[in-house]
Write a protein that binds this ligand. Structure first.
Ligand code: GZL
Length: 320
């Protein structure tokens, strides 16, 4: 009788006797995770959440940072397929261009979970579920806050500039759509300029400098698709001798620590929360998928709106 067979029989006997043979104890789930990059405070908090949750859940996490480049994510997913991981999870940097590599994952029988951002694929069976925020609603919430704000100064026209997120990314597309949907009928708002600043502080400062050079004091409102671009723009506004939060009202999204600090200093007027703490739900969902359980196609996380008036009280409760 071969050694393997003897081992198996011994283990089976031991298992039957109520003890488990360590080598046959449930193997930890192996997850390949491709992260967008490290472009913002939000992303950093999201990465910490995923890594901490994997540790707590006993998941063997293979983590790859794509530095905001889609080709690096495709490479990472192919590497996870070659390593025969149990589950692939990723936050797609942009919506399009995923069909081929997701078909390869499907052919390899590896389930794919989307976190944070969505993909635009013809065949929705290429991924099991999307765990993340409703970005269109986040855009609507930003627009509704601004509609209420300008109502206090009836008759006044507000010139708006917009810093968009990464071109082609779900949050940039959807936040713009939501904001435009609720503000398009507001005669007090006039969109002067809109341009991407790629969700980063550095680009946010650079693009806001260009807006200020062209329009100066005529700018009344900044809508930034994330707090990091707003924080970069705040530096540019101050360097131009203007008061952020007063001369230029600033509406932003994410609710990161830096945004609360800016609101407490009176430099940012509101931040719409976008919850990055997706790690625990991701790990639980991966285990459910592996166990063959049905999971909803869309798992949306709860979020709030934080105007500056509540920032000081809320700040100690913030977890990211
Ligand atoms: C939103 C996330 C966005 C954040 C940015 O879920 O994809 O990407 O709003 C981050 O801060 O860069």
């Amino acid at each position: 009788m071969t050694v393997q067979r003897r081992t198996f029989i011994a283990a089976a006997a031991l298992a039957l006797a109520g003890t488990t043979f360590p080598a046959l104890a449930a193997k930890p789930l192996v997850m390949g995770f491709s992260q967008v990059g490290a472009e913002s405070e939000w992303r950093t908090a999201n990465t910490v959440s995923v890594k901490d949750a994997a540790k707590k859940a006993g998941v063997n996490l293979k983590f790859a940072d794509a530095q905001q480049r889609q080709e690096n994510q495709v490479k990472a997913i192919r590497s996870f397929i070659a390593q025969k991981v149990d589950v692939i999870a990723f936050s797609p940097v942009v919506e399009s261009g995923w069909d081929t590599v997701l078909r390869e994952a499907k052919a390899a029988n590896i389930p794919v979970i989307l976190t944070d951002r969505d993909v635009n694929v013809a065949d929705k069976s290429l991924y099991v579920t999307l765990i993340g925020s409703d970005f269109v609603e986040e855009g609507r919430r930003a627009g509704r806050w601004l509609n209420e704000f300008v109502k206090k100064q009836p008759g006044k026209t507000f010139n708006v500039v917009e810093l968009q997120g990464t071109v082609g990314s779900a949050p940039a597309i959807d936040r713009k759509a939501g904001f435009d949907e609720v503000t398009k009928g507001n005669a007090q708002l006039k969109l002067l300029r809109t341009q991407t600043a790629e969700f980063t502080r550095a680009k946010g400062k650079e693009v806001m400098e260009a807006f200020l050079k062209a329009h100066g004091k005529t700018i009344n409102v900044l809508f930034a698709h994330n707090d990091d671009m707003a924080i970069g723009a705040i530096q540019a506004i101050e360097e131009a001798g203007l008061k952020p939060g007063k001369d230029i009202v600033i509406v932003s999204i994410d609710g990161v620590r830096g945004a609360f600090e800016a609101m407490i200093q009176g430099k940012l007027n509101v931040s719409v929360e976008c919850n990055p703490l997706l790690g625990p739900l991701l790990m639980q969902t991966a285990k459910d998928v592996k166990a063959g359980k049905q999971v909803p196609k869309r798992l949306v996380v709860e979020e709030r709106v934080f105007p500056a008036e509540v920032a000081l009280k809320e700040f100690p409760n913030r977890k990211y």
